[in-house]
Design a protein around this ligand. Structure first.
Ligand SMILES: Cc1cc2nc3c(=O)[nH]c(=O)nc-3n(C[C@H](O)[C@H](O)[C@H](O)COP(=O)(O)OP(=O)(O)OC[C@H]3O[C@@H](n4cnc5c(N)ncnc54)[C@H](O)[C@@H]3O)c2cc1C
Length: 448
């Protein structure tokens, strides 16, 4: 129905699609995740072709796994039972750019960096700038409600979605009206924002885009302790500043040691100067030592390097990351008032369990906290690391937080969703059953 060239069945090719970027060392051996070869990979070139594939999958009751750049970190694009992977990357057209309304209507498989290049021709840019800009697709970024640099100013990928076109699990096409704000019922875009392909396949997205800034300032500071820098960050957010770069974290593995803040502002030159003035004063007042701006400039320029390495090294990644040091991290959202207490408890928990504290930090704002832990050794070490991470994440709810702020749920965090959503998980499952009675859309993800 699609033509033979649009259906891959060769095992070497389909193997690459059985998994995403979830590293095996981050999987608890007690909760194994075993990817399987998809039966085939379809590469549709239009929404109508996506509808065709969805129709076939419904008839044969086969699982469908939407696939973008495959850079997700939670196993959300992994194949858990043999089915059809739908690679959306041939849906890669930029359909319309409106430089007056500041919107772009694009097909869902376009890679973020390709869209970024296209927008630059019209003096525009994306408000979403994750590490994986060169790899991730618009559809994947919306479906994980991803967060990037510039998120402190423009919000997550989901907050930039004005409207979508999607193929629902039974094959109907759903279109939402792409407007800045409406008061005409519930916002159906949210079936797909963070939906991990469980409620349908995005074929088109209308995004809010932004003018290329006239000026940018980048700075780096060292603080004597995590707490001192945290206070500065909280202060300038309370003053209403919205940096495009806020990356703050421990300089060494000593949690009591110094921390480094990378900070940047963009926009009209006068506004950037004003924002920068307030932020720099807050940092100096808290004892921040101003470092060479060149350090911050290098940091900014190299922010996509890890993703370029990932893209160059795909077929190797599963094998390499299975060996050696096991490491895992958490990215949790907390009330800013609880971040320091959570950090203290996390450090104590790691020490009590003999797990190595590597670093902690804030990204884009004072509520978004990350922590990296590691453990060397064989399977028992991996299990101990996994236990520590699970204990940490279970603590998050007691602190009034959420267990993940940017990478989604996938299969890795699925067992935590009952604690995360409480009774609302059943509501989500009811919506899923209603739209997808055959249970074919990315089964096993999101804890549904
Ligand atoms: C080195 C590295 C750095 C990273 N940095 C960041 C970062 O800075 N910020 C961040 O938020 N994340 C980051 N990630 C995670 C990842 O890049 C993001 O989650 C990204 O948004 C996923 O996009 P993708 O196109 O690769 O999606 P995929 O991994 O292909 O898919 C992700 C999910 O979306 C679904 N999906 C994909 N396309 C569609 C569609 N068209 N319709 C419906 N569902 C769809 C898939 O089924 C899956 O559930 C990083 C990952 C790596 C490896």
């Amino acid at each position: 129905m699609l033509g033979a060239a649009s259906v891959l069945t060769d095992a070497d090719e389909t193997d690459l699609y059985s998994w995403d970027a979830l590293s095996p060392s981050r999987i608890h051996p007690g909760h194994p995740i075993v990817p399987v070869h998809p039966l085939c990979v379809c590469t549709p070139a239009s929404a109508a072709e996506v509808q065709t594939v969805v129709g076939v999958a419904n008839e044969a009751r086969l699982p469908l796994v939407p696939y973008g750049g495959g850079s997700g970190l939670m196993g959300a694009a992994a194949s858990l039972t043999p089915g059809i992977v739908v690679d959306l990357r041939r849906l890669n057209a930029v359909l319309e750019v409106d430089a007056i309304a500041f919107t772009a209507r694009v097909q869902a498989g376009v890679v973020l960096e390709d869209l970024e290049f296209r927008l630059r021709e019209s003096g525009l840019m994306l408000g979403h700038d994750p590490w994986t800009l060169p790899v991730a697709t618009v559809g994947g970024a919306v479906s994980t409600n991803s967060l990037g640099y510039r998120g402190g100013k423009y919000g997550s990928m989901g907050s930039q979605v004005l409207g979508v076109e999607a193929v629902l699990p039974q094959g109907e096409l759903c279109r939402t009206r792409p407007v800045a704000k409406s008061s005409t019922g519930i916002d159906l875009n949210h079936l797909f924002i963070g939906g991990e392909g469980c409620f349908g396949i995005l074929t088109e997205v209308t995004l809010r885009v932004f003018p290329v800034p006239e000026a940018r300032s980048l700075h780096a500071f060292r603080f004597e302790s995590f707490t001192r820098g945290f206070e500065a960050v909280r202060e300038f957010f309370a003053a209403g500043l919205r940096p495009i770069l806020l990356d703050y974290g421990d300089e060494t593995e000593d949690p009591e040691g110094p921390s480094i803040l990378y900070l940047g502002f963009e926009g009209k030159a006068e506004l950037v100067a004003a924002e920068e003035g307030v932020a720099l004063a807050a940092c100096l007042e808290r004892g921040g030592e101003r470092l060479d701006d060149e350090k911050a400039r290098r940091f900014w320029e190299e922010r996509h390097a890890a993703a370029r390495r990932f893209a160059a090294d795909r077929s190797e990644r599963r094998r390499r990351s299975a060996a050696g040091v096991h490491q895992d991290w958490v990215h949790v959202a907390l009330p800013a008032s609880r971040v320091l207490a959570f950090r203290r408890e996390a450090i104590a928990l790691a020490a009590a369990r003999g797990v190595r504290f590597r670093e902690s930090g804030l990204w884009t704002g004072p509520e978004l906290f990350s922590l990296r832990l590691s453990k060397e050794g064989g399977e028992p070490a991996r299990a101990e690391l996994g236990d520590a991470i699970l204990a940490l994440l279970r603590n998050v709810h007691g602190f009034g937080g959420s267990v993940e702020y940017c990478h989604g749920v996938g299969v890795k965090l699925a067992p935590l969703m009952a604690g995360e959503h409480g009774d609302s998980l059943e509501l989500m499952r009811s919506v899923k059953r209603c739209l997808d009675p055959n249970g074919i859309m990315n089964p096993g993800k999101l804890g549904l």
